[in-house]
Design a protein around this ligand. Structure first.
Ligand SMILES: *[C@@H]1O[C@H](CO)[C@@H](O)[C@H](O)[C@H]1NC(C)=O
Ligand SMILES: *[C@@H]1O[C@H](CO)[C@@H](O)[C@H](O)[C@H]1NC(C)=O
Ligand SMILES: *[C@@H]1O[C@H](CO)[C@@H](O)[C@H](O)[C@H]1NC(C)=O
Ligand SMILES: *[C@@H]1O[C@H](CO)[C@@H](O)[C@H](O)[C@H]1NC(C)=O
Length: 619
């Protein structure tokens, strides 16, 4: 304000008059635009100068005007000269502006800029004789909009729909000036393209003069869009720049028809056998997933009971083998799409064994048994007898049958590729023939002290089961102590009292024949020192004893002589040996036992003589 100071006034007027005479001119310089955020304070400078620096006028009058948008009339908001500074009353700027000045210019300060301040401000300088001039500045006010809000369409959009579909809408509120909205698909801008992309924009300008922009994206949806992300971006002006803010991205649900269907077996894993529960699953590439119709190839009109995309077949049998199909229920496309698969149900029938149940064969005969089970897969057969493996393959050859051949033959049929499938059957083989006595080849010869008991044993095989009878000559005192029979064997033991030499026979017989086994027992008279004898017999006995003693003495003498000549071995040693041999055998009776051992058909004789006479292996 110094230039308006009173002390300079005489000089100022003087210059003014000089200027007047020199046609002094005033020049005003202002910015074209001043940009400011809403609510901030704005400074609008106004520079002025006089063409002839020496003719500056002594009196300068400054006035500020505004012009409302779309209205040509101007309104003064400020007046100033060297004597007064006046903000006009009753304007929208009363109390909100202030003007500062110096020699070269003046500046309008506006506080708390409003959107309505977006208008032209005029600065008019009047230097009386120096003339007058004015300039203008357009004050531009900026209000950034709120972040954009995007909303995708929640319902599914079908690709088969004709024309464009609304995909999403986006709104940017309360901005100034009007913001723009741009759409993006996977971060690539979507430009309006006929038949593909269309953008509808709705701009509202509310009472407070903010702009809100709402944009709707219309788009030709394709199947690939199921994975696409859409977003919108708002761009707006700020003082000196353009800013952008991007929305969240959204995805959309795209409906597309099924073009491919697949059918497969979900369970069980691997091969299917009869009795299994089978689960077939159908899947297509359409969205939303359609419901499927299941059928068999040979009866396509018969819809099988299924739940959703799964067909469950319980307790399958070989009849369920075949080709299965599934197709979408409501195909709106004309091309038939279907899934197909072959189901094979494997089976293993019960075995058929020939001969059936049981078979009688004659000793020495041959027989071939077969075991067959029908199966859809390769089988393997193993034969067992008494838990031992006796053959493989579906045929079992039994050659030159013996009684050992008799028994239960079990065949087990398995399916190597499906181990849970197996079955078995059996045949009972009976070998028929005459009796066969164990140890029949040798006659059994025994010696036994008179008065003792001897057990004679006889075991006979044969079919039908032989019966055993005994024929004993030389003893009346005998009885059967064991009489046993099982399905293969008859066993009889008789206990015989040895009174004199005995000849015994066991007779095993059945319908097919008879076989004998002979025993002969030599009775050994008992000799005991305490045995009483009659005097009549005594003399004879004494003579015999004397002769024997003489003989023994002679032998002993010759032996002693012989040893003496040799000059060795003291006498008595051999006698000792004899005693120990005697001590070893202390059993009273003889037991004859025939073992049924197949390897050793010889009778094993366990016998012991009562102390005086025999070694254990004598027979
Ligand atoms: C908005 O779009 C118009 C027309 O394309 C353009 O002239 C203007 O500069 C854009 N505004 C912003 C903030 O990008
Ligand atoms: C959108 O994408 C998310 C994650 O990528 C997904 O979980 C969601 O299901 C999708 N929504 C639609 C409608 O496709
Ligand atoms: C053996 O027994 C059978 C049948 O009991 C009989 O027919 C046969 O005569 C007997 N043989 C002898 C030698 O006892
Ligand atoms: C003969 O056999 C019977 C019955 O097995 C038995 O009790 C008896 O002791 C046997 N006798 C001899 C001498 O082995």
């Amino acid at each position: 304000m110094a230039f308006l100071h009173g002390t300079f006034l005489p000089l100022f007027l003087h210059i003014c008059l000089l200027s007047w005479s020199a046609w002094a001119k005033v020049k005003v310089t202002m910015h074209e635009n001043v940009e400011v955020y809403l609510g901030d304070s704005a400074q609008i400078p106004c520079q002025y100068s006089f063409t002839d620096a020496n003719s500056e006028p002594s009196f300068v009058m400054i006035q500020w005007f505004v012009r409302a948008a779309g209205n040509s009339s101007r309104m003064r908001i400020f007046y100033g000269d060297d004597s007064q500074q006046v903000v006009d009353n009753n304007t929208e700027y009363s109390g909100r502006i202030e003007v500062t000045s110096d020699q070269h210019g003046t500046q309008l300060n506006i506080q708390e800029v409003r959107l309505s301040d977006e208008r032209e401000f005029f600065c008019q300088v009047n230097g009386l004789a120096a003339g007058n001039a004015e300039g203008k500045t357009h004050l531009r006010v900026f209000a950034p909009p709120e972040a954009p809000v995007i909303e995708g369409v929640l319902t599914g959009i079908s690709v088969t729909r004709e024309g464009l579909s609304k995909v999403a809408s986006c709104e940017a509120q309360n901005g100034f000036p009007k913001p723009n909205i741009t759409w993006y698909r996977n971060s690539i801008p979507l430009m309006p393209t006929p038949g593909l992309v269309n953008v509808l924009t709705l701009v509202t300008w509310d009472s407070r003069e903010f702009y809100s922009v709402q944009s709707t994206l219309e788009y030709k949806v394709a199947k690939e869009d199921k994975d696409a992300h859409f977003s919108c971006e708002v761009s707006y002006f700020v003082p000196g720049a353009i800013r952008t803010v991007e929305s969240n991205s959204i995805n959309i649900t795209v409906y597309y028809p099924t073009t491919m269907v697949e059918l497969w077996k979900e369970s069980p894993q691997g091969l299917v056998k009869e009795g299994d529960t089978v689960e077939l699953r159908c899947q297509g590439d359409g969205n939303p997933p359609p419901t499927f119709i299941f059928s068999r190839e040979q009866e396509q009109d018969v819809h099988l009971d299924s739940s959703g995309d799964v067909l469950i077949l319980t307790q399958v049998s070989r009849k369920d083998s075949g080709i299965y199909q599934c197709r979408p229920q409501d195909t709106d496309s004309f091309t038939e799409v279907k899934g197909e698969m072959q189901l094979t149900v494997h089976y293993l029938d019960p075995v058929v064994v020939v001969p059936k149940d049981s078979e009688v064969m004659l000793k020495g005969e041959d027989l071939t048994a077969t075991c067959n089970a029908l199966s859809s897969l390769k089988t393997s057969t193993v034969w067992y007898k008494d838990g031992r493996q006796v053959g493989t393959g579906n045929m079992l050859h039994l050659q030159d049958a013996t009684y050992e051949t008799t028994g239960e033959y079990k065949c087990e049929v398995t399916v190597p590729s499906l181990p849970t499938l197996h079955t078995s059957g059996s045949v009972h083989i009976i070998v028929q023939g005459g009796p066969q006595l164990v140890g029949v080849d040798q006659e059994v010869q025994l010696e036994e002290a008179a008065g003792r008991m001897v057990n004679l044993s006889c075991e006979a095989q044969g079919y039908p089961l032989p019966s055993i009878s005994w024929n004993i000559i030389g003893s009346q005192n005998w009885h059967e102590v064991v009489s046993r029979a099982n399905e293969h064997m008859t066993h009889s033991v008789v206990s015989v009292k040895v009174t004199s030499d005995i000849s015994a026979q066991c007779n095993a017989s059945n319908d097919m024949g008879t076989e004998f086994k002979a025993f002969s027992i030599k009775a050994i008279p008992r000799v005991t020192t305490t045995a009483p004898f009659s005097p009549a017999e005594g003399s004879g006995v004494i003579i015999v004893v004397i002769i024997l003693c003489l003989l023994l003495l002679a032998i002993l003498g010759s032996v002693l002589y012989f040893l003496h000549k040799k000059g060795k071995i003291p006498c008595g040693r051999s006698g000792k040996q004899e005693i120990s041999t005697k001590e070893k055998t202390t059993k009273d009776d003889i037991v004859v036992e025939m073992k049924t051992n197949t390897k050793n058909e010889e009778a094993v004789l366990l016998k012991a003589v009562n102390g005086e006479k025999k070694g254990p292996n004598d027979q």
